[in-house]
Design a protein around this ligand. Structure first.
Ligand code: ITT
Length: 189
């Protein structure tokens, strides 16, 4: 087994990422808690690379990072890169978003997920981006997942991310799309 350090402090992300590595040759471990990386990039991909690279260099091991967020069309792409910092808790973030959107009829939104894997010297070995299109509901629905899941409705599934069984979200989500592109390449490393 090869060790892969996960550069995240978000337990929801960690839980979802672990599933993609079931039956792989990689053993996931969590980054040291005190290691905080400043997300100074201007794109999801830049921030994923920054987190993977800096954590890899700090622990001298392979590292993986996910930088993700929700882009709402009528809010000019907000909360976007600022998704984690939009408010203090998941429910505060959801409430702020619903308030900002008000009764705006254009509810189109997309989740974006960039994933980067860095070698122990910090150089980027793999990077991918996945997206998932949906609509922002007027009120939360469902109890699964994390973050903005209860207000993100995917028309093809007829459910919010929070209403989907975990294996369905794993497949259709932005993270699912990013990992579908990443995993075949990971085999070649
Ligand atoms: P790390 O940087 O430590 O990984 P973070 O939560 O700060 O954790 P990001 O900067 O990438 O991560 O912010 C992503 C935010 O976008 C996250 O906190 C959620 O609010 C939201 N988000 C990302 N993926 C999501 C998903 O699958 N479902 C719901 N919300 C999601």
């Amino acid at each position: 087994m090869s060790q892969l350090v996960v550069a995240t402090s978000n337990p929801g992300k960690l839980r979802e990422m672990q599933v993609y590595f079931t039956d792989s040759r990689w053993e996931l471990t969590l980054k040291p808690e005190e290691l905080e990386i400043k997300e100074t990039g201007t794109t999801f991909l830049a921030n994923a690379c920054l987190k993977a690279s800096q954590v890899a260099q700090a622990v001298r091991k392979w590292a993986i990072a996910d930088d993700s967020g929700l882009e709402v069309q009528a809010l000019n792409g907000a909360p976007g890169l600022n998704s984690a910092r939009y408010a203090k808790t998941d429910s505060d973030r959801i409430n702020r978003l619903l308030q900002e959107l008000g009764d705006e009829p254009n509810r189109n939104a997309q989740f974006v997920c960039a994933v980067a894997i860095a070698e122990p010297d910090g150089s980027i070995a793999l990077q991918t981006v996945g997206t998932c299109q949906g609509e922002i509901l007027y009120a939360p629905r469902g109890t699964g997942g994390f973050g903005y899941d209860p207000i993100f409705y995917v028309p093809e599934q007829g459910m919010t991310f929070a209403e989907m069984p975990p294996e369905v979200k794993q497949q259709v989500s932005h993270r699912g799309q990013a990992f579908a592109a990443l995993l075949p390449q990971l085999k070649n490393l």
